[in-house]
Ligand binder design. Structure first.
Ligand code: ADP
Ligand code: MG
Length: 674
């Protein structure tokens, strides 16, 4: 507590301490307080009886005093004084009455001579301790002198006593004065004491009140102190928290500043990027425009290129000798290099034929005849599927540009047509044929073109034409392998588009779906196969893909079919064979096949010669493909050749047919654009 905030209790105590001297003032009397008090009381006591005596026995006292003054010899007062004397000490205090007592004692100690019996002379008083010798009765003179001496002695004594009395009176007066003063002082002190007591009581009461108040305040103080301690603790906690928060705040502010700096940087960057984006968007729009123009230009040039290559092209592919097959004599098949040397892709094939029926005049065997053929491209036995596809990829892409495309595989049975179109054993990616490769290529290009706003859809169908009947190779369920009747019809009245009734047209968008369809087609062919007749060799398999493209932004649409045709074996029936029931059936098959293949040749010729009548309807195959063979179409024919010498005749037939086709030039193709 601050010294200035002194508690009321302490203040009261202090005041009491200060007042104390007032209660007990230093006595001016030589005696200590208590002793003085007592002596005062005693003196009063002494004085009081004196007064009393003065009041009650005044005459006696006066008498007694006057007795001392009385002349010696008056016995009566002496006797009375003697009789009264013993009463004085009884009423006198033990201490303060010393002087008075001593006077009285002296009076007592000097008793008057005992009353003499009448007739006897009183003995002279003992003076100076010297007892006068007893005088004979007759010695009156002596007795008188003794009495005079005694009187003298008494007188002296009286004088002494008077002096003493005077002294005592003085002392008494002084004592009375003192007593009066002391009484006044006492009264003052008593008054003061009473006042102080009252004050003390009041103070005590106040003290009690204050003590209670102090206790209450102390209690409150304790509570407040507890509260203060709690608050201090809380304050400490809050300060620590505040410090922590301050630190965090500073950290956050730092981060904020960094972020703000980064943000302003980013905003500037964003602004510049926006500007850049706007510029880019403009540029992009320009580029899009330009790209579209370029795309159309590319299509035009691509088409031109295809036209330059020929709207109908023929590729010759010779399959390798299979394990177990006889090795052909060296030089049987030759693949002469092109004009640019071995680096040039081969376009020529030569077949050396030894005709045993022909002979020289000398009888020696005739020298082998060399038959040279030239095609757009020749693939020797070692050529892989990828190499072959690479050559036709551009042509396949023409279908996406809206040009109908037809790719045939022509050749005798076992020459590798199916291998070329569908591929080798399933699961060998290297042996994958043109159909899966072409579709994958188309899907991928369509995906790329979607970035330019083109949307493509693909619908696949797969049919076979056997003996001029059309069967769905994608048939499922009860129709599977049954060869239910399918007819080729126009899609609608006045429509150029042809469809196969009862055939499935399956939308495809990925390789997996195409794989499933090819597998289903194989299964359908397997069901139809008989022991005597490998029907797949005796029928044409036509895989058709309807491609539809649209550029919504520009309102451009295009649609074209891609046809991949695995033709029936082109081999002729040996005319020397006996005609049994099986052979007759076989002959009919063969005639149908030959007829349709001839019709194909004739159609191509008619188109090439721009004849007014094109005999599409002469066969189901040409009828079905008529929209893909016209002037707006592009055609590619693979002539598949067996490497075996034993197949040389059929090989030559195929090569001759292909050569004829190769010489055809169909008019400028037109894209089917709307
Ligand atoms: P086609 O369909 O003309 O009757 P295939 O395609 O069935 O002939 O081929 C006959 C056999 O020759 C099949 O076993 C096939 O795997 C095989 N073959 C054909 N061409 C090739 C080739 N380029 N490479 C390897 N094997 C081939
Ligand atoms: Mg085949």
């Amino acid at each position: 507590m601050e010294p200035q905030q002194r508690s009321p209790l302490l203040e009261v105590k202090g005041n009491l301490e200060l007042k104390r001297p007032l209660v007990k003032p230093p006595s001016r009397l030589p005696l200590s307080g208590s002793r003085c008090k007592r002596r005062l009381d005693q003196m009063e006591d002494v004085l009081e009886p004196e007064k009393k005596r003065t009041r009650g026995l005044g005459t006696v006292t006066k008498f007694a005093i006057s007795h001392h003054r009385a002349p010696v010899g008056t016995t009566v007062p002496q006797t009375q004084g003697q009789a009264a004397a013993p009463k004085v000490p009884k009423k006198t205090g033990p201490r303060c009455s010393t002087a008075v007592a001593s006077v009285l004692k002296n009076q007592k100690a000097a008793p008057a001579a005992p009353a003499q019996k009448p007739g006897t002379t009183a003995a002279p008083p003992k003076l100076g301790g010297k007892k006068p010798s007893k005088r004979p009765g007759w010695d009156l003179k002596g007795q008188l002198s003794d009495l005079n001496a005694e009187l003298k002695c008494y007188r002296e004594r009286t004088q002494t006593l008077d002096q003493e009395n005077q002294q005592l009176r003085d002392q008494l007066r002084e004592a009375q004065q003192q007593a009066t003063a002391l009484g006044a002082e006492r009264r003052t002190l008593e008054g003061e004491l009473a006042r102080v007591r009252a004050q003390a009581e009041q103070g005590q009461q106040e003290l009690g009140n204050l003590s209670a108040r102090v206790l209450e305040l102390e209690e409150r103080l304790g509570t407040q102190e507890g509260l203060v301690q709690e608050l201090q603790k809380e304050q400490l906690g809050l300060q620590a928290e505040r410090r922590e928060l301050t630190t965090r705040l500073e950290e956050q502010e730092r981060r904020l500043q960094t972020s703000e700096a980064a943000l302003s940087g980013s905003q500037a960057e964003v602004a510049s990027l926006r500007q850049e984006t706007a510029a880019q968007a403009t540029l992009l729009a320009e580029r899009g425009e330009r790209l579209h123009g370029l795309e159309m230009e590319r299509r035009r040039l691509h088409n031109q290129l295809q036209e330059l290559k020929g709207n109908i092209r023929v590729f010759c592919r010779v399959r390798p000798v299979l394990p177990g097959e006889p090795t052909p004599p060296p030089g049987f098949l030759l693949f002469p290099s092109g004009p640019a040397g071995p680096s040039d892709p081969p376009t020529h094939v030569s077949v050396l034929r030894c005709d045993e029926r022909r002979g020289t005049l000398s009888g020696a065997p005739a020298p082998p005849t060399r038959h040279d053929f030239s095609f757009d491209r020749v693939f020797p036995p070692g050529s892989g599927q990828d190499e072959v596809f690479e050559e036709i990829a551009m042509l396949v892409q023409s279908a996406l540009d809206g040009y109908p495309v037809c790719i045939f595989a022509y050749g005798q049975t076992g020459s590798g047509k199916t291998f070329t179109m569908e591929g080798g054993p399933a699961g060998d990616p290297q042996a994958e044929g043109l159909i899966p490769r072409a579709l994958r290529h188309l899907f991928s290009i369509a995906q790329e073109l979607s970035g330019q706003g083109w949307t493509y859809s693909f619908v696949a169908s797969y049919v076979e034409i056997y003996n001029e009947t059309v069967r769905d190779l994608l048939a499922t369920g009860t129709r599977k392998g049954q060869g239910g009747e399918c007819e080729i019809r126009r899609a609608g009245p006045g429509s150029e588009e042809l469809t196969v009734t009862n055939a499935r047209y399956v939308p495809v968008s990925c390789e997996k779906e195409v794989e499933t369809l090819l597998l289903l087609a194989r299964q359908n062919r397997a069901v139809a196969r008989t022991a005597q007749n490998e029907r797949s060799s005796r029928s044409h398999s036509v895989f058709q893909l309807q491609i539809s493209g649209e550029h919504a932004g520009r309102g451009v649409q295009c649609a074209a079919p891609l046809n991949l045709v695995d033709l029936a074996g082109s081999e002729r029936l040996d005319p020397g064979l006996a005609l049994g029931p099986g052979e007759r059936e076989r002959l009919r098959e063969t005639q149908a096949i030959n007829s349709s293949l001839s019709t194909l040749g004739l159609v191509i010729m008619a188109l090439s010669n721009k004849e007014s009548h094109v005999p599409y309807r002469n066969s189901k195959l040409t009828y079905l493909l008529q929209n893909s063979l016209g002037g707006s179409a592009k055609m590619l024919m693979f002539v598949n050749i067996s490497p075996l010498e034993e197949n040389v005749s059929e090989s030559l037939n195929s090569l001759r047919f292909a050569s004829k086709v190769n010489q055809c030039v169909i008019g400028t193709a037109q894209a089917n654009r709307k």
